[in-house]
Design a protein. Sequence first.
Length: 415
Amino acid sequence: MAASRYKWLVVGMLWFICFFNYADRLAIFSVFPLLEKELGFSKTELGVIGAAFTWVYALTAPFAGHVGDKMPRKWVILGGLYVWSLVTGLTAHCTKVIHFVLVRGAEGLGETFYFPASMALISDYHSPKTRSRAIGLHQTSIYAGTIAGGALAGWMGEKYGWYSPFWVLAGAGIVLGLVLQRFIREPQRNQAEREERATVEVEDVEEVAQETLPIGQFLREFVRTKTAVLLIIAYFGANLVGLVFFTWMPTFLKEKFHLNLAVAGLGATLFIQLASMGGSVLGGVVADRWSQTNKAGRILVQAFAALVGAPFIVLCGWTRDPWMLILAMSCFGLCKGIYDSNLTAAFYDVINPSRRSTATGLMNLLGWLGAGLGSLVIGVAVDQGATMSAAISSTGLVYLGVAGFLFAAARTRLA
């Protein structure tokens, strides 16, 4: 009973760390209008600043994943928290584009260690029976952190200066790490599968307790697993769309609807992220149940969510009615949450469990390269004469492609 409670407490503790992971990385987007006004940055330069984080995050993700499979996940997670919190504080002292690029890149390096290690840690406490729910609940911290980071940065930036929120976030993250390092425990590798199979068939326990698969053998198996490759391609597109909204929605709302910075920062995150929180929980519950009778259940949940969400992305860019915009943002957020809740759980269904952290690193490599591309391309397009409305709406086609790749992945999973 105590072990059953603790596996959910682990999700809760990681929830708070992930909250700061996203609040720290996304707060800067709410002060983009201030950086444009006070420091004279163009939208292309702002796009480069946004992309700097994602590209360093992506390129170092495979290494971070490998570290997570070799080192105690607890200290990989906490070490990353301390590093990215310190770097967040340094952001307040930047004055030039190159300063922001270097600091945002350093933050990407610190944060890239979190997700591979944390997803592997949760999956060693939660078997496939509860894995989507556990990851879905953890996923709600992303949306809460996005709302809080965006709202705090917008409000503090307008009231106390664009640099002020970065000091607050840095200090809070370091204090959190010092508290939680007393309570997070490192599980055995593949512990959840070991415990589940031990209750059913004792002779299978040794099969689960295998040593970590050599990296070369894992990569050869991985590229031959069509379902895994298709899931990563879909993530490239989904993350591209997601970061376009994270990066440019505060600026879009300020310019199109003439909102002040605090309201734009809150509005850009509140409706999408609150709906995503609900979608994440719903998607986890539905997928855990469907996957018991259909081995492609988690992927199909993602595919239908992306298919339904695509038209609402188009509507977000084109509507001039604030209430219609709120509805479109909320519907897109709901679909995004359903997709997100099964992102790693679906992936873990088809890869070797001894290399979960490495696999997550590979997924982040391609996914966050896509994210950086989206952030930069929108900035360049707007500087070249495209409207922000058209640029945002165009990403609906990308989301439609995501649905197509997911349906293809489900088909290969059932083959």
